[in-house]
Design a protein around this ligand. Structure first.
Ligand code: GSN
Length: 224
């Protein structure tokens, strides 16, 4: 059915969580099929569903899409969350890429043995490189680009909540970002998403990392 959106991924955040956030803000319903066994992954491979043998996979509009950023951008464009013109769009993409770089560093933590140096590095980068950019961009404007809600705002919301989970009080020196979070929380779809029982996934636990490694028959992820 072309009207139905189905996400194929683990029952955890990983690379799919930003897509869940974006669909939620676009107020679009979606189903999820959780990857829990090697057999399911092999079935997707033998059905030729995974262009590069990787998930996330999203079935939407009669297509089977892979590559997180391509999926994310398609959804952003389709639901009018990707700016009004190319100049807005390039700014949105620059902000989004930065936020994805930062979130990627957090995303790999469940697969890292010595997390302390990684956490220290993330905190330093967040404080010195990333958060100042968004604090400045939000000095006045309600949204990051073009006076209108975009996918970059959605990523900033997701990312800053992730940072606060790891580093309590990290936004204390970033009042514009803190106010932005407050405004975003008042968007009804986001408010519902932040309630227990929504499709938002919790922080990764051992079951999540064990499942990922089992499905890919790995003992550890090939990390950068
Ligand atoms: O962003 C993307 O969708 C791709 N550039 C990378 C997707 C990816 O790395 N997927 C992983 C699982 S999600 N976690 O990291 C994956 O499917 N790995 C299996 C493999 O054989 O590469």
């Amino acid at each position: 059915m072309s009207g139905k959106i189905t996400l194929h991924y683990f029952n955890g955040r990983g690379k799919m969580e930003s897509i869940r956030w974006l669909l939620t803000v676009a107020e679009v319903e979606f189903d999820e099929i959780y990857l829990t066994t090697r057999e399911q992954y092999e079935q997707l491979l033998s059905d030729d569903d995974l262009l590069f043998q990787q998930v996330p996979l999203v079935e939407i509009d009669g297509m089977k899409l892979v590559q997180t950023k391509a999926i994310f951008n398609y959804i952003a464009e389709k639901y009018n969350l990707h700016g009004k013109d190319p100049k807005d769009r390039v700014m949105i993409n620059m902000y989004s890429e930065g936020l994805m770089d930062l979130m990627e560093m957090i995303m790999i933590l469940p697969f890292v043995s010595d997390t302390k140096p990684k956490l220290d590095n993330i905190q330093k980068k967040a404080n010195e490189r990333y958060l100042p950019v968004f604090e400045k961009a939000l000095a006045g404007p309600v949204y990051l680009v073009g006076g209108k809600l975009s996918c970059a705002d959605v990523l900033l919301m997701e990312c800053t909540l992730m940072l606060e989970e790891k580093f309590t009080g990290i936004l204390a020196d970033f009042p514009n970002i803190k106010s932005f979070q407050g405004r975003m929380t008042r968007i009804p779809a986001i408010s519902r998403f932040l309630q227990p029982g929504s499709k938002r996934k919790p922080q990764p636990d051992e079951i999540y990392s064990k499942t990922v490694l089992e499905v890919f028959k790995m003992t550890s992820l090939p990390l950068p």
